[in-house]
Design a protein around this ligand. Structure first.
Ligand code: 5CA
Length: 443
């Protein structure tokens, strides 16, 4: 992509309304713009990151055996009356009346709708287990939307719902999501720690929040230091096997959110615990028959008996993750994207656009990278070099290739790794050979 053609409105000034780094950087790097309180438009660069995160979430859900569907954002109030949550949900629910005076709502979550679908379509124990998920916008009329996409009113969520015959099977479904979440967050470059959590309006009695540690997080948490040393990237799992031992490895250490942590009852003494803040990027729940019983989701068992389904639900804050990743990975100059979610793998800076030698080498490099399928943002603008470098650091692409008048004469290109600042000089062929191995290059 050529920067001269790309819609990438970066800001030099720090927007006054942004209180935390990720919000500031998302506005400055042209990822999002606020549409109204807690509601954002995603500009091309932000949208690319969102899609890459979605793709990783989707790949790990699919690998675990969950199946993707797509439910609507608008739901009928009648469904929520059946579960009893229409009144309980309170002012966080955005209620809408259509032209026929029918009460509707913008979905804050989907337990009712999915249970209704399964109740109508699944009748035999032979059709179980099932785990159905979608990646869809939600609306919660938060009292204090803040920190940009971190606590939005409209936000993108991956929500999965599992249906099983009995507790044992439901626990296996829960464990599968537990492990899929560990893998997902690790692939996103995050160290997310599962913590015992309260269940709030979703309900149930078994629940974990996945939390990344950050001073700007809204959750207060307590955990044993050993958890920070566990490596989820090394997890190779067979989802058909008993995942109990994997879950046990992560839950044998104590970690709990403030709501669940009772200092007097803590199994671990206070001096062994870290008390800190974190960002909740995922939350999983087992709640048995809470919805299925009320909404008639039951099947016929092997002996002809009627069995009410055991359920769990599993959420990931997809749009929140964009902010969370930035909180975890930035410096004074800007964002530092993990390769797995970067909007482009490479930024190409032509220090002297308009100079025939620089332009020729830059075009050759840009063309070569594109033919290899590498995603590259080429800053071909007629601007000061300082401004181009500052913008590249701000938007945080993993690699920056620079072509300047001195190097161009000998065909030399400078390659910088954004995360470490390490610089190397290479010729055109060497750069192309190196880029072949990059994440995102298709052979
Ligand atoms: N139905 C369940 C699981 S599918 C559910 O709604 N869980 S939740 O309420 O915990 O939300 C799931 C995830 O969505 C959270 O872990 C969080 O990462 C994200 N999330 C929740 N509220 C917001 C918000 N206001 N802004 C951005 N992300 C949010």
């Amino acid at each position: 992509m050529r920067r001269t053609a790309y819609f990438l409105p970066t800001l030099k000034e720090t927007p006054a309304e942004a209180q935390i780094a990720s919000h500031r950087l998302m506005l400055r790097a042209g990822l999002v713009r606020q549409a109204s309180a807690g509601i954002y438009s995603w500009l091309p660069l932000g949208n690319r990151v969102l899609k890459r995160i979605e793709a990783i979430v989707r790949a790990e859900q699919d690998k675990s055996g969950a199946q993707e569907i797509l439910m609507p954002t608008i739901q009928s109030a009648e469904l929520w009356r059946r579960s009893g949550r229409y009144d309980d949900y309170g002012q966080e629910m955005l209620r809408i009346t259509d032209r026929h005076e029918r009460e509707m709502l913008y979905g804050p979550t989907n337990e009712e709708l999915i249970t209704d679908i399964v109740a109508a379509e699944i009748h035999s124990y032979k059709d179980l287990p099932k785990n159905l998920y979608h990646i869809q916008w939600k609306f919660r009329d938060e009292v204090r939307p803040r920190f940009g996409v971190m606590r939005g009113r409209e936000f993108l969520m991956k929500d999965a719902y599992s249906f099983d015959l009995d507790f044992r099977a439901a626990r296996h479904a829960y464990n599968k999501m537990f492990v899929a979440y560990l893998r997902t967050f690790a692939r996103l470059g995050l160290k997310a720690i599962p913590m015992q959590a309260a269940t709030g309006p979703i309900g149930g009695d078994l629940s974990h929040e996945f939390i990344i540690l950050a001073d700007t997080g809204e959750s207060h948490v307590h955990l044993e230091r050993e958890l920070l040393d566990l490596d989820a990237l090394a997890l190779e799992v067979d989802y058909a096997q008993d995942l109990g031992p994997v879950v046990e490895r992560w839950t044998r250490y104590y970690a709990a959110t403030d709501e669940k942590h009772a200092p007097a009852k803590s199994p671990v003494p206070a001096d062994k615990l870290i008390e800190t803040r974190g960002i909740e990027v995922g939350h999983i729940f087992y709640f048995g028959t809470k919805y299925s019983a009320k909404m008639g989701a039951a099947v016929t068992g092997p002996g002809g008996e009627r069995i009410t389904l055991e359920m769990g639900s599993y959420g990931i804050g997809v749009s929140r993750l964009v902010g969370a990743i930035i909180e975890a990975s930035h410096d004074d100059a800007g964002i530092i994207w993990p390769e797995s979610v970067a909007p482009f793998q490479i930024g190409l800076v032509n220090v002297k656009s308009g100079d025939a030698v620089c332009d020729a080498l830059a075009e050759q490099l840009y063309g070569g990278l594109r033919r290899m399928g590498v995603e590259v943002l080429y800053d071909d603008r007629d601007e000061r070099a300082g401004g181009k470098f500052a913008d590249m650091d701000l938007i945080g692409l993993p690699w920056v290739l620079t072509i300047g008048p001195r190097g161009a004469k000998t065909g030399t290109i400078e390659r910088k790794y954004r995360r470490s600042g390490e610089r190397t000089e290479l010729g055109l062929d060497a750069v192309l050979a190196w880029a072949q191995g990059l994440n995102g290059a298709c052979a």
